[in-house]
Design a protein around this ligand. Structure first.
Ligand SMILES: [Zn+2]
Length: 389
């Protein structure tokens, strides 16, 4: 421009009507630091005193797309066909003069149309009746509401880190052995949905059979009294259903009382009432008054007298895991208390449906009673050597 002022007046007059000013152009995407999938709205404004001859938009240097030349513009870009990553949108405005003054403006954005890649640990593909199936899932990105479906139940997956998730599934003693599909579904933060189906093998467990339990007349009546059985069950099922995404337990479970194992988990027994069932806890027998301790850290969800279970305490350890203590002679905690591993919660007794002083100890995972002794060795933390497939 400076050179023009030095031109003689005549020459200045001859070119004075030329417009050397390029068009003004502004350009924006909703948020430049966001990642997009599917549609991206690009808007802006272009103007020039001499009018615009053309306005066009291109992505990553590709074929230009003509935009209307009457000022403000808006363009919906389909990003679903773009590869994941950073892209550049460039808009070019050219004015309607013989000099064809041009302004270019560009803006970058990132796109992601790829579903998260979901992988399941090899060791998560095998379990047995009455045990826990610990499903470890590795994902290529943060998952939104990941879900597992197994044996027609939907079980939540909880994050252990931004890319590692865990779900604990209790396998009923009555679940038939065989191979069953485990379906994993999750979306990433943008809504790209990934799904994975794997076959999980449930092995048969050889539970002990036999044993005859003689009940008193009153105990027999209680066991056959649906209202009492239902009362206990309703109270207990409400506790199993408690949702707490935080893991309270740390490390393996403590055996909650000293004593001999008078009835193992899973044993198939017959009562004098005619009822036949698997024993879904572990019985520890000792002197009345033997202290009973919380098997791990948790929150007391129930501490009250039930008909069948007698004085009963349920401790919730988070993420669907609970432990339950029955037939206590005294209870040292109240519902709502936080307890630590090894904290006294009561004393051994024979209240409720019991034939002698013992602790009936249960570990329950998402409502299924599973082998408590498994938890004395395992705390289901992810091992370092997980192999995913
Ligand atoms: Zn028992």
């Amino acid at each position: 421009m400076r050179a023009h002022r030095l031109l003689p007046l005549a020459s200045l007059l001859s070119i004075g009507c030329l417009d050397h000013r390029p068009p003004t152009l502004s350009l924006s995407v909703p948020e430049t630091d966001r990642v997009y999938r599917q549609a991206l709205e690009i808007s802006g404004e272009a103007s020039d005193p001499s009018g615009l001859a053309s306005l066009s938009l291109s992505v990553d240097g590709g074929e230009p797309i003509a935009l209307p030349t009457d000022g403000a513009f808006q363009h919906t870009l389909d990003t679903s066909t773009l590869p994941d990553g950073v892209h550049l949108v460039e808009v070019v405005a050219t004015d309607d003069t013989s000099l064809a003054n041009t302004t270019r403006s560009s803006v970058a954005f990132a796109s992601d149309n790829t579903p998260p890649e979901l992988r399941i640990a090899e060791r998560s593909l095998k379990t047995a009746q009455g045990e826990v199936l610990a499903v470890f899932v590795s994902a290529t990105e943060v998952l939104v509401e990941p879900k597992l479906t197994f044996l027609e139940r939907e079980i939540p997956l909880y994050p252990l880190s931004s890319t590692l998730y865990r779900s604990l599934i209790g396998i009923s003693v009555k679940q038939e052995a065989g191979t069953f599909p485990l379906v994993l579904a999750a979306t990433d933060a943008l809504g790209n949905t990934g799904e994975r189906t794997m076959e999980v093998e449930i092995a048969a467990t050889d539970f002990e059979k036999g044993g005859y339990i003689k009940l008193t007349k009153k105990q027999q009546e209680n066991q056959k009294d649906d209202s009492k059985v239902t009362y206990d069950r309703t109270k207990r099922e409400a506790a199993w259903a408690h949702v707490d995404p935080q893991q309270h337990w740390g490390g393996p479970f403590l055996r909650p009382a000293e004593g001999s194992i008078s009835s193992p988990f899973g044993k198939y027994r017959e009562y004098s009432s005619g009822v036949r069932s698997h024993h879904l806890g572990l019985d520890l027998s000792n002197e009345p008054g033997t202290p009973i301790y919380a098997a791990n850290d948790g929150v007391v969800l129930l501490a009250e007298r039930l008909y069948i279970m007698g004085n009963h305490v349920i401790v919730h350890h988070g993420q669907g895991v609970a432990s339950a203590y029955s037939h206590l002679s005294s209870v040292a905690v109240s519902a709502g208390d936080r307890v630590q591993k090894g904290q006294l919660i009561g004393t051994m007794g024979s209240t409720g449906q019991s034939t002698g002083p013992h602790l009936h100890w249960e570990v329950v995972v998402h409502g299924e009673k599973i082998h408590p002794l498994e938890w004395e060795e395992e705390s289901f933390e992810p091992p370092d050597d997980l192999v995913f497939r």
